[in-house]
Design a protein around this ligand. Structure first.
Ligand SMILES: NC(=O)c1ccc[n+]([C@@H]2O[C@H](COP(=O)([O-])OP(=O)(O)OC[C@H]3O[C@@H](n4cnc5c(N)ncnc54)[C@H](O)[C@@H]3O)[C@@H](O)[C@H]2O)c1
Length: 320
């Protein structure tokens, strides 16, 4: 039995639940939303497709129906408006997060809480504090999506399958995120060495462009990804849902996967008292371990600055 509850079935929650249904990973999916009719509609619609996928019970419910879940995914909240930074959403979403954690608390049992609502680092902090659960059991989707976007851009630039690209984005899931270029590997080869034998133009249409120019272009594209998608269609849902599925896979299958989820640091990388993304080992019990890798000096300083950005937003929410 693997039961997953999704709180908030808007564009992200509903797509994440549908992605989970198609994966066959869960045997039961509960959809919770303040708009119960919408949750019931999604449950019905998804259930009508059960002939085509592995068996799974899908139903709408309330907080009490989340009892017995292995994972509870929190995607409830106010949506990012065009041009609005993630941090501007903070206060609107913190109040929602507190109230739903209060509602969930009596029914959490042994579940892991996976926070997706933005700004995800601050919401993870709010959910962890409010729930009183151990830090490992409450974590955010963090920069798992950003790391995937980083790999996608590298794969296009280098002309290599994204699955052969190893690269992490850490820090805030937002503007101050940090690209760990010192750790980028392609098929086990550090990127600088890979570049030696490569004939691909690093910047499309500019054969003479350097890796340095490509780096800046890649970072700009990844940082602007959510803004561009939101400007085009009003919301993001597909890639984030696949990121959620990847994390749920690590939880439900106890995979001990290395993922850049948002977790409360306790001295790692010289940081503490803040939730942010760093590479973590994720298994059935949630975040089992933070991996403290070796960063370049500039990366370590940028991570500290990113932590300050999140800390300021988190403090603002705690005071307000
Ligand atoms: N972390 C990431 O990588 C990432 C990516 C995309 C979106 N997001 C975030 O996910 C969240 C959801 O985005 P969306 O596009 O699905 O928004 P949406 O507006 O489509 O859906 C939000 C849903 O939450 C519900 N809701 C609000 N308050 C609730 C409560 N107290 N209890 C239960 N349900 C409640 C609403 O009824 C709605 O159905 C946003 O905060 C968004 O910024 C995060």
């Amino acid at each position: 039995m693997s039961k997953v509850s999704v709180i908030g079935v808007g564009d992200v929650g509903a797509t994440a639940a549908y992605t989970l249904q198609m994966s066959g990973l869960a045997t039961e999916i509960v959809l919770v939303d303040m708009d119960r009719t919408k949750a019931e509609g999604h449950a019905m619609d998804m259930s009508h497709g059960l002939f085509f996928v592995p068996p799974v019970e899908i139903r709408a419910g309330g907080y009490d129906d989340c009892a017995g879940s292995q994972a509870i995914v929190v995607t409830a909240g106010a949506r990012q408006r065009p041009g609005e930074s993630r941090l501007e959403l903070t206060k609107r979403n913190a109040a929602i997060c507190r109230s739903l954690v209060d509602g969930l608390k009596p029914h959490v049992g042994d579940a892991v809480l996976l926070v997706v609502s933005n700004p995800v680092d601050v919401m993870t902090d709010v959910a962890q504090e409010r729930s009183g659960l151990p830090p490992g059991r409450v974590f955010g989707s963090g920069t798992v999506l950003d790391s995937a976007r980083f790999r996608y851009e590298l794969s296009r630039t280098c002309g290599v399958d994204a699955r052969n690209v190893h690269a992490f984005v850490v820090g805030e899931h937002g503007d101050s995120e940090v690209f760990l270029w010192s750790q980028v590997h392609i098929a086990g080869t550090p990127i600088e060495a890979f570049c030696g034998g490569c004939s691909h133009a690093c910047v499309p249409g500019d054969a003479a462009a350097s890796l340095e120019a490509a780096r800046t272009a890649i970072e700009t594209r990844v940082r602007g990804s959510a803004y561009h998608v939101i400007e085009s269609k009003g919301f993001t849902n597909y890639a984030v849902s696949l990121a959620v599925l990847r994390i749920l896979g690590a939880l439900l299958r106890d995979e001990s996967s290395a993922l850049t989820v948002s977790t409360r640091v306790g001295g790692e990388y010289g940081l503490s008292g803040v939730c942010l993304s760093v590479p973590c080992i994720v298994g059935a019990r949630g975040v089992e371990r933070i991996i403290e890798g070796r960063l370049a000096d500039g990366e370590r300083a940028a991570l500290a600055r990113s932590a300050d950005v999140i800390r300021e937003a988190t403090d603002g929410v705690r005071k307000g």
